[in-house]
Design a protein around this ligand. Structure first.
Ligand code: GP9
Ligand code: MN
Length: 632
């Protein structure tokens, strides 16, 4: 189909494409953890960069011969940069880049330590082919294209590109039906259509989501409303048990459940929490449901009982939406609301988002005295943070709803020697090794906080909700994690179990008398209805996907942001159904009944956010007839 003269005329393109192609495949195999189940998947992975690269470089055929080579070098540089950005991002987040995340520039400064900490000396090698192209262009003009390309040649070139593209897509769709419509799982996308096509696809999604708001109207809410109504449950027996009390929520940075009641070199990692649990309600099968927005996603879940987005951080992408968040609701019941977090107010776009959520006050870094001595890693140490927060808390009108966000137990888990109360672990993962002393430090800071609250007489009249915001140890450290857990390897099933974070609810005078370990499957989506229910606030007209965790008839079911889900008996992840008691693979038909529900939950929640549908909610009931002005 393609004549050899065409090939020789486009030599420079082929050299550029082949180098970048090989490089991309090497990066796939060395920098990303892409699970391959069969030979066909390996083949798809191998060919997936090709169609994009040939198409991109092919644009040069429409240019004058002189400009052509420069364009190819530019295209190669740009593609290499996209690859490089993904590699660095993946090291930290174990995930692929999406446009909204890239544009979170106000986070970039603070993320600096994480990014520079993630650069490797070998990284410049990622640009070696660009250097070769520049040299070839300069010293070996015979390699570059100076001849005119005929229309016919151009046509046959693009036909070849199209054939490769559709072959790739066809094979991928056969392996993974509905690949492009269900986009919760980025690994699946990159595996099948390649990192470059994925990046283009992401741009398409971005424009689609902007259009979605413009096109939405109140009728978009009908199906969602029916779904939510059908799933509504009566509140549990603890309804109103904490009516009128202050609420202190503590978001515990990167705390996973596997450290609870565990030791390192014979020392407890979380001695305070282990004791505290014995005087509290402790939920030991509680999952984080965050996506790329990490801490901010967990806050979003907490305040709205909506799912965060599959791509980007909703705190950035939809901060100007209308919400019916907890601070807004409890305000109507006379509560004052605040967030205490010693970081820049713009991090995760918090200052803007907190306004939308209806917070009265945000005590950011400006409210704290931060010095070199009392800082480590990301900023003010947790012990100092809590100590300095006491006066702020005291100054508030009561009853209050105040959320504390800790910081010290954050990657890269830095801590001064004198603050280390347990040993580091010994494994090939520096990250996991250093995790334990910082967890131990955070545990201590919470203990001291409670001591101070008691001293100040601020404990009795308050209820406490403590939860882990998201995982701290990513799948990049599976080998070390397996060693710590005494397992041979970390299976996808284990990975899901590692997404459990502690949830502890402490009600003085109640839980210390009658503590409980609740093992029903639950998630951060359930926090809002549970808290509101404890405070005796009616949930009937509220939009929320979670449930009061004390409801008798609540279905034990939790869906994670990548579409994995957990039921009483099964875990579904990476397209495989597992038996929850044995951790062994089981027939997919067992998981099937829940698949639709998992998809619906995420889709409906996304629709609310992308369409900004809560702007059509009239504040008392979204079940009422659609107001005239919103009708088409
Ligand atoms: C930053 C803190 C950490 O203010 O909440 O954010 P994370 O990186 O965990 O999302
Ligand atoms: Mn966090």
């Amino acid at each position: 189909m393609i004549k050899s003269s065409t090939i020789s005329k486009s030599k420079f393109i082929f050299v550029a494409a082949v180098m970048l192609w090989i490089k991309t495949y090497i990066v796939y195999k060395t920098s990303f953890d892409i699970k391959i189940e069969n030979l066909m998947q390996e083949f798809i992975l191998l060919i997936n960069p090709l169609s994009f690269l040939l198409l991109f470089f092919g644009i040069s055929f429409f240019m004058k011969p002189k400009k052509r080579n420069k364009f190819i070098i530019f295209a190669s540089l740009l593609s290499s940069f996209v690859l490089f950005a993904n590699v660095v991002f993946y090291r930290f987040f174990n995930d692929f880049l999406t446009l909204p995340v890239l544009f979170q520039t106000s986070n970039m400064g603070d993320l600096g330590t994480s990014i520079t900490g993630n650069l490797k000396i070998t990284d410049p090698l990622l640009f070696i082919d660009v250097v070769i192209l520049i040299l070839l262009n300069k010293y070996k003009p015979s390699f570059t294209i100076a001849e005119v390309i005929t229309k016919k040649e151009r046509r046959s070139y693009f036909i070849l590109v199209a054939v490769i593209f559709f072959l790739n897509l066809g094979l991928a769709e056969a392996q993974r039906p509905q690949l492009l419509t269900r986009t919760f799982d980025r690994e699946m996308l990159v595996k099948n259509i390649g990192t470059y096509n994925y990046q283009i696809y992401d741009i398409v999604l971005q424009s689609k989501s902007s259009a979605q708001r413009a096109l939405a109207d109140s009728s978009s809410f009908i199906d969602i409303e029916n779904y939510l109504k059908a799933n509504q449950k009566d509140p549990g027996e603890n309804f109103g048990i904490a009516e009128g009390k202050n609420v202190v929520v503590i978001s515990m940075e990167s705390l996973q459940s596997f450290v609870i009641n565990e030791t390192i070199d014979g020392e407890e990692i979380t001695p305070f929490l282990n004791e505290f649990i014995k005087e509290s309600y402790y939920f030991d099968n509680f999952y984080h449901q965050t996506g790329q927005g990490k801490t901010s996603d967990s806050e979003f879940l907490l305040e709205n009982s909506l799912y965060p987005l599959g791509r980007g951080a909703v705190f950035f992408t939809h901060a100007s939406n209308e919400y019916t968040a907890t601070p807004e609701i409890i305000k109507e019941h006379g509560y004052y609301s605040s967030v205490l977090h010693a970081n820049n107010k713009t991090f995760w776009n918090r200052d803007i988002m907190y306004d939308s959520l209806g917070y009265d006050q945000f005590y950011d870094i400006e409210s704290y005295e931060v010095t070199e001595e009392n800082s480590i890693g990301w900023g003010l140490k947790d012990i100092d943070f809590f100590e300095q927060s006491i006066d702020l808390l005291k100054s508030q009108p009561q009853p209050y709803y105040s959320k504390f966000i800790t910081l010290t137990n954050h990657f890269p888990f830095e801590l001064e020697e004198e603050d280390k109360m347990v040993n580091e672990y010994t494994s090939n993962s520096r990250t996991l090794n250093r995790y334990f002393p910082t967890v131990r430090y955070m545990d201590e800071s919470i203990k001291l906080f409670f001591d101070r609250l008691k001293e100040e007489g601020m404990y009795e009249n308050t209820i406490f909700v403590l939860y882990g915001d998201h995982y701290g140890i990513s799948e990049n450290h599976n080998k070390a994690m397996a060693q710590f857990l005494g397992k041979e390897e970390i299976t996808p099933f284990d990975s899901i179990q590692l997404q459990r974070v502690p949830l502890i609810i402490h009600i003085p005078g109640v839980t210390d008398v009658n503590p409980q370990v609740v093992s029903d499957v639950s998630g951060q989506i359930d926090l809002k209805p549970t808290i509101l229910s404890l405070l005796g606030m009616d949930l009937k007209n509220d939009v929320h996907f979670g449930h009061d965790l004390f409801s008798k008839d609540r279905l034990p079911f939790t869906v994670l942001r990548d579409g994995s889900f957990i039921t009483e008996k099964y875990v579904f992840t990476k397209n495989t159904c597992y038996d929850r008691t044995t951790g062994e693979e089981t027939e997919s038909s067992f998981c099937e009944p829940y698949m639709e529900k998992a998809g619906l939950e995420l889709d409906y929640s996304d629709e609310i956010i992308y369409g900004d549908l809560l702007r059509f909610y009239n504040g008392t009931s979204y079940t009422e007839p659609i107001p005239e002005e919103f009708k088409e």
